[in-house]
Each structure stands twice: as structure tokens, then as C-alpha cells.
Write a protein that binds this ligand. Structure first.
Ligand code: NAP
Length: 360
């Protein structure tokens, strides 16, 4: 495996920020992942795992160790009983390639996750979700390499600690495992369920799914999701400056009912009439982070120091030729403004590497 020196990291990320990696390699097999970890250990260097670069922001100074890009490919489909199909994919497969292949085979379960950038291996980490589907709905197993013991380990879904945009891989076991492969269980002959009115509307405009053959209905949902995401610049497009982002920079906060009631009371007291966009969630009430950001005074299209907010979505911080430092300064300001106005602490979905790389 080739390990190169002084490799610019920005081109390996969707937001296009960050300095060089001291060392960089692409790992096409689990054995090469071991080799990369071993290289870091022998030289006492940190090793950063990189997938599709769609959720990561590297520091302007770059990364002082080895960046290991996971490039393990391969997708297999295995028919099980009763219309179920087991899909196994290498961690380096582009996620949307897997969705497209599954939809083309008439398989349902991940069609609402169309157009999400990044690789298969990144999806369990934050339990990626969109339009009412999340990877935890269909995932059965995750194959990993334990970084400390260099030993393989497989987690069944129940062992992954999935929650709203969360998992053990992002929580207690952050950076402990390298994800090598993922297995999902998808279904044949099932009509998609449309949980989000925005998606249902886009599907209805394309003729609806009620009378369509199930395979056609699934394809229709994919087309509609791609159209919606494109309209928000949430699909990779090098020609679209609004897409030079990490997608949603902040998570939608889930508030306890009392905290939500407090927020609503505060707004009423201030004479605000507009409703707070909120949805029931498993552990409280989910509030739209994009709405909080705009209400705190940061609007779509805002620009400063070469960074800003996408003109099409307030949650996407965009790089317009700036630096990581200017982006993180803006992020901190937005966090401060939302907290000052609503008492809500926004949590970042994007990961900054090295951890703790600060804006100043
Ligand atoms: P939006 O319409 O601006 O709405 C803001 C948030 O409200 C959404 O993120 C969504 O939460 C929630 N929401 C809207 N309608 C809902 C409903 N009927 N039931 C429950 N929750 C509802 O949303 P958006 O930012 O354009 O995103 C559209 C979808 O794409 C969302 O599902 C979003 O999560 C997804 N997306 C995911 C990623 C990612 O996983 N990294 C990145 C970009 C967009 P949820 O986020 O919980 O769905």
C-alpha cells in the first residue's frame, strides 16, 4: 500500500477546507487498514480514518499524522426467504451507489436516503437519516476492526447503540473501531411509506405511488428525494457553490417537553406569534435547527470572510474560498446567538479534525 507524504486534504472533503496530511493512504482491504494502523503505531502518530469526507472539516494546519482513506469496495445481494434480500457493502462504497443499485433491483428500505453524500462506512456512525428513514431501520450488522487490538468484531444492530443521529461509534466508542462493511436487510415488492409531507407532495407531483408497481414506486421516491435535495443544494455538485458544505452543520435539537414549553412561553412573552417548527421525537420534541439559526439572525446567503450560509439552506455552512478558522468562528457565533436568543445549545453534526482544533 502506498503511503504518500504532504497530501492536501481539502480535495478529499466536500467542503474543500483544511491543510495537508503529513501522511495519507487509501486502504482497499481490511489488511490494508491494519497496515495503516500499524504504521501509525510504529511511528507514534495519530491515525485519522476518512470516508467520503462529507462530514469532516480539517484544520487549516492539516493533520499531523496518517489519514487513512477507507476504499474497501464490493456490494453483494443475497436473496433470503419471504422477499427479503441481504445486502452487504464494503465501507468505501459510495452510499448513493448502494441506494441506486438497491432501488434498481426494486428493493425498498433505503430509497428515502437517496443522494446523501459519503460512503457506506460513514452511515452507521451517525445513524444517517432523511425523510423518515434511517439506516438503523434496515441495518443488521456492522463489521469493524478494533483499533486497539487490531482484531475484527461484528456488531448486530441492537449492539450499535443507535439513537437520533447517534450510535456507539460516535458516542462511547468514538474512534475505537474502523467500520469495514455493513449488512442491510431490504425487501422486495413493498410499497414505500411516505412519512414526510414534503416528500409525499413531491411524489404526488410525479403521479403518486398508490397505483404504481412497487418497484416503480420505489424508483419514484428516489427521483423525488433527489429533486428535493437538489433544490436545497444537498446533493454533491462541483458546479454549485451552495453545495460546498458538509450538509447539515448542526443537529436538530431534541428538547425535553418542559424545555420546549419554556421556549414557546418565552416567544409568546416577547410578542412572537409564529409557531416554532417542531416534531415529536422518541425522547422529546425535535426543533428545526435551521429555523433557530435564521431566527437568531443568520439568514440563507449570509457571507463573511470567505464562508457563509448556503443560499438554499440555513443549516449548511458553505466554504466560498475561506478557511477552517473563519468557518469555525462563524459556527461559534451562530451557536452563541441561538443560545442567547433561545437558551438552546446547538450540537454539531460535522466533525472537526484534529478534535479541538479551534477557530482562534
Ligand atoms: P426541513 O424541511 O428544513 O425541516 C427541518 C427538520 O424538521 C428536518 O431536519 C426534519 O428532521 C424535521 N422534519 C420536517 N418534517 C418532518 C416530519 N414530517 N416529521 C418529523 N420531522 C420532520 O428539512 P431539511 O433540512 O431540508 O431535511 C430534509 C430531510 O433530509 C430531513 O429528514 C433531514 O434529516 C435529511 N437530511 C439528512 C442529512 C444527514 O443525515 N446528514 C443531511 C441533510 C438532510 P429530521 O432531520 O429528523 O428528518
Amino acid at each position: 500500500m502506498l503511503i504518500r507524504e504532504s497530501v492536501p486534504l481539502a480535495p478529499h472533503t466536500t467542503i474543500g477546507l483544511g491543510g495537508p496530511a503529513r501522511y495519507f493512504c487509501a486502504c482497499a482491504t481490511p489488511a490494508e487498514v491494519r497496515e495503516a494502523l500499524d504504521f501509525g503505531r510504529r511511528r507514534a502518530l495519530p491515525v485519522q480514518i476518512l470516508g467520503g469526507g462529507s462530514n469532516v472539516i480539517f484544520a487549516d494546519a492539516g493533520f499531523p499524522g496518517l489519514v487513512a482513506n477507507i476504499a474497501i469496495g464490493g456490494v453483494t445481494f443475497r436473496a433470503l426467504d419471504e422477499g427479503e434480500v441481504e445486502v452487504e457493502a464494503g465501507a468505501g462504497v459510495p452510499w448513493d451507489t448502494l441506494v441506486a443499485e438497491s432501488v434498481a433491483r426494486g428493493l425498498s428500505g433505503i430509497e428515502c436516503l437517496s443522494g446523501i453524500p459519503g460512503t457506506v462506512g460513514g452511515t452507521p456512525i451517525q445513524n444517517v437519516g432523511a425523510y423518515g428513514q434511517e439506516i438503523a431501520d434496515t441495518l443488521t450488522e456492522v463489521d469493524c476492526l478494533d483499533r486497539a487490538r487490531l482484531a475484527p468484531v461484528t456488531f448486530a444492530r441492537d449492539g450499535c447503540g443507535f439513537g437520533y443521529r447517534r450510535s456507539r461509534f460516535k458516542g462511547a466508542d468514538r474512534d475505537r473501531y474502523v467500520i469495514l462493511a455493513v449488512r442491510l436487510r431490504l425487501r422486495h415488492g413493498v410499497r414505500p411509506v411516505l412519512r414526510y409531507p414534503e416528500l409525499a407532495g413531491a411524489v404526488a407531483r410525479r403521479g403518486g405511488v398508490d397505483t404504481a408497481h412497487p418497484a416503480r414506486a420505489i424508483a419514484l421516491v428516489r427521483e423525488a428525494v433527489l429533486e428535493l435535495r437538489r433544490g436545497k443544494s444537498m446533493v454533491l455538485d462541483p458546479a454549485d457553490p451552495n453545495a460546498r458544505s458538509v450538509g447539515s452543520f448542526f443537529l436538530n435539537p431534541i428538547l425535553a417537553e418542559t424545555a420546549f414549553a419554556e421556549l414557546v412561553r418565552g416567544r409568546r412573552a416577547a410578542g412572537e406569534r409564529a409557531e416554532v417548527p417542531a416534531y415529536p421525537a422518541a425522547s422529546g420534541i425535535k426543533v428545526s435547527a435551521a429555523w433557530l439559526v435564521e431566527q437568531a439572525g443568520y439568514h440563507r446567503g449570509f457571507q463573511r470572510d470567505g464562508v457563509g450560509l448556503s443560499a438554499r439552506h440555513a443549516l449548511a455552512l458553505v466554504n466560498l474560498g475561506g478557511t477552517t478558522r473563519s468557518l469555525l468562528t462563524l459556527a461559534e457565533e451562530i451557536e452563541g446567538a441561538v443560545f442567547a436568543r433561545f437558551g438552546v445549545r446547538l450540537e454539531r453534526e460535522a466533525v472537526v479534525v484534529p478534535a479541538g482544533a479551534a477557530s482562534r
